[in-house]
Design a protein around this ligand. Structure first.
Ligand code: MLT
Length: 264
């Protein structure tokens, strides 16, 4: 379904009924990464998944996509859908950066958080340079190099050898991301603020989920968040890399179900 915004639109999907849960994907992916969760949770949750601007089937807006802008988009979608009670927000990687921006600006919208494969800190100066190199690569080659280079880093070695269909699906998803989406997100990620000071101010329940084999966001980031967020709990998933919800969906779903049951 389409939600018109800023002379373009966002694509979103609502499935199921129960406690509202907003799913926010990572870069450069789409809402489709959440299909195992939508299928599994629809008997206990109203699952809302959105393609962030420039990603999936949403309009390829020009960037930069600051984390505040992406959080504003999510809030506008919730208002449009008339979800007036606070929601559980579940984000992966960049989706987690968006959740932190959302909590900073609109804490009243957030009932609880599920932070998957994410980190609270900003990019280091060295990483900012690699973002600029990626932006030039996108201008020259489109999504090709980004998709090829990211692919092996997204998964555990078990997934890379045993779940080729999943690996290929994610490769196509990245290849299909628009140039505007890739550049807009890279600029926004590069310039995102430091959310570490926010951690001690988070008052809602927080579930942190991280793959033990994540090569993009090391697991010590998740351990640090668990230490600094008072009402938080970290679940580590073995044989999962950066996409534990897809690599180990049964464990991920059960973890989320147990958490949601306590939020009603
Ligand atoms: C993501 O998965 O959203 C990105 O890898 C985040 C990042 O590069 O910082």
């Amino acid at each position: 379904m389409k939600f018109n915004i800023d002379n373009g639109f966002l694509e979103y999907e609502i499935v199921g009924s129960g406690i509202p849960v907003l799913f926010i994907h990572g870069y450069p992916l789409s809402r489709k990464i959440w299909s195992p969760q939508l299928n599994n949770l629809s008997n206990m949750a109203t699952t809302i998944s959105v393609d962030l601007r420039g990603h999936g089937d949403s309009f390829p807006f020009d960037g930069p996509y600051t984390m505040d802008l992406l959080a504003d988009d999510c809030i506008k979608l919730l208002d449009y859908l008339q979800v007036f009670s606070p929601v559980v927000v579940c984000g992966l990687s960049m989706g987690g950066y968006v959740i932190m921006a959302m909590y900073n600006k609109y804490p009243e919208y957030v009932k609880a958080m599920i932070l998957t494969s994410t980190r609270p800190g900003p990019d280091s100066p060295e990483v900012k340079i690699t973002r600029d190199i990626s932006i030039s690569s996108v201008h020259q080659h489109g999504s090709n190099l980004i998709a090829d280079n990211m692919l092996p880093n997204l998964f555990s070695s078990v997934t890379l050898t045993e779940k080729l269909q999943l690996v290929n699906q994610i490769h196509s998803m990245m290849l299909n991301t628009s140039v505007q989406g890739l550049v807009g997100a890279l600029q926004g990620i590069r310039d995102r603020p430091d959310s570490v000071p926010l951690l001690s101010q988070i008052r809602c329940p927080v579930l942190i989920i991280h793959g033990t084999d994540d090569k993009i966001v090391p697991i010590n980031e998740a351990e640090m968040m668990e230490q600094q967020i008072s009402n938080s709990h970290l679940v580590k998933i073995k044989n999962a890399g950066h996409l534990p919800n897809l690599e180990q969906p049964d464990i991920y779903n059960q973890t989320v179900r147990d958490f949601l049951r306590n939020q009603d």
